[in-house]
Design a protein around this ligand. Structure first.
Ligand code: AMP
Ligand code: GLY
Length: 423
């Protein structure tokens, strides 16, 4: 089969690596891809939002299956456009990707179908939002409605901060049109877990759990980022938590989307918080997590193409997902200054050290080829990933492997997976 993957980050590298393991994959393309993906796929210089060009490329090259990794093209309707051209595509249509594309939509869905989540109100008028804050309990969480690169969430400790936040989102439009509407919700405390799932419109199959570290600095200090590292499975995702989520969250979400006339096919990412009152949904994403995919997919035993095709065909009930009984840790090597400002174009040394090392992966997030050398090309540069029999072992392996590569102004967190020592 000929497969096209849409995206250019570490997640798409992990997807491409999983697809490449399938005996069914004869040829893999990635648009636009990056230097690491280019080692297992042919990168085509088409942007993820260039829907017409992607569709034309898939037609001309007789692509059998397209996998869309990123949120923007999903929310923008790439799947609809490619399907209309008669192509087979994995990912939710626009009317289902709204689960991620609008926080107000997803909160209303959860309320309507009794799916546990933080109490909230939606606003499209800043004056009403400001008035509501006068009676709200602090801290409070403000969320721009639309996609904002994971940055549209403000946690405000005081009424003054919260008012300032409403103005930032709705009046100054710091997150652009994403802030035309906003959600104000109750602040929850607890441990966060990411659960990814495959969905075929009616059936949902859960992957092994993971946990992300979103803050830039050690000890969960600093700014929110796209994710500085992950581990899988999460030891906090116990059988009891799993049973609760299966009963009240997973199938309920899939059924709710179907009942709304928005059947969801693709990956639903459940961002959960394990509160004292039980697990609650923090957010939904309509795609694999990044860098969650980097620790979950290498542990999956199934043929990725079989699972993806079952989602498209509505036959996921016939698939049993299976994961290795081990653990994986991914440490992001970032450019100093990320997520604010950073330089690009530094040569990356030592990538060859990962060649033929079983259980070790160097997923490229922001890299490019310059004069035949691989150079840094983003805030998050590499996702150094290793497996181990236990989480502790996987963590030791991943940190050892971070020593194999080097680039100038390299930055990483030193405590990825450290929380697991608490139990
Ligand atoms: P989101 O994009 O909705 O996942 O929010 C980003 C991050 O903000 C989450 O991973 C949480 O750490 C935090 N967050 C979001 N909503 C809440 C909430 N209601 N209470 C506490 N923290 C939250
Ligand atoms: N790691 C969080 C995300 O992919 O949104």
């Amino acid at each position: 089969m000929k497969i096209l993957i849409v995206g250019s980050g570490g997640r798409e590298h992990a997807i491409a690596a999983a697809v490449a393991k399938s005996p069914k994959a004869d040829k893999i393309y990635c648009a636009p891809g990056n230097a690491g993906i280019g080692q297992i796929a042919e990168c085509v210089p088409i942007g993820a939002m260039e829907f017409d060009k992607l569709t034309a490329f898939a037609k001309e090259n007789a692509i059998d299956l397209t996998i869309v990794g990123m949120d923007d093209p999903l929310v923008g309707g790439l799947v609809d456009e490619m399907e209309a051209a008669g192509l087979r595509v994995f990912g939710p249509r626009k009317n289902a990707a709204i689960l991620e594309g609008s926080k107000a939509f997803s909160k209303d869905l959860m309320k309507k179908y009794n799916i546990p989540t933080a109490a909230y109100e939606n606003f499209d008028d800043p004056q009403k939002a400001l008035a509501y804050l006068e009676t709200a309990k602090m801290p409070v969480v403000l969320k721009a409605d639309g996609l904002a690169l994971g940055k549209g969430v403000l946690i405000c400790e005081t009424l003054e901060d919260a008012k300032e936040g409403v103005r930032t989102i709705m009046e100054d439009k710091k997150f652009g049109a994403a802030g035309n509407r906003m959600v104000i919700e109750e602040f929850m405390t607890g441990r966060e877990v990411s659960v990814l799932s495959f969905v075929d419109g009616k059936t949902i199959k859960i992957m092994s759990s993971a946990q992300d570290h979103k803050r830039a600095l050690d000890g969960d200090q600093g700014l929110n980022t796209g994710g500085m590292g992950t581990f899988s499975p999460s030891p906090f995702y116990t059988d009891e938590v799993d049973a609760f989520c299966r009963k009240y969250i997973y199938q309920a979400t899939v059924d709710a989307m179907a009942a709304e006339g928005r059947p969801f096919k693709g990956v639903i990412f459940f961002g959960l918080m394990l509160t004292e009152d039980g697990p609650k949904v923090l957010e939904y994403n309509a795609r694999f997590g990044d860098p969650e995919a980097q620790v979950v997919l290498p542990r999956m035993r199934n043929d990725m193409i079989d699972v993806v095709e079952a989602c498209i065909d509505g036959t996921l009930d016939r698939i049993t997902l299976s994961f290795e009984d081990n653990a994986a840790v991914c440490v992001i090597l970032a450019s100093e200054g990320y997520p604010v400002s950073y330089e690009k174009g530094f040569a990356i040394e030592g990538l060859e050290n990962f060649k033929d090392k079983d259980g070790y992966y160097c997923f490229h997030a922001g890299t490019a080829l310059k004069n035949d050398k691989i150079v840094t090309n983003g805030g998050r540069v590499l996702g150094v990933t290793a497996k181990g029999a236990t989480l502790q072992e996987a963590r030791a392996n991943a940190y050892a492997a971070t020593e194999w590569v080097h680039f100038d102004r390299q930055y990483m967190r030193h405590d990825i997976g450290k929380a697991i020592d608490e139990i």
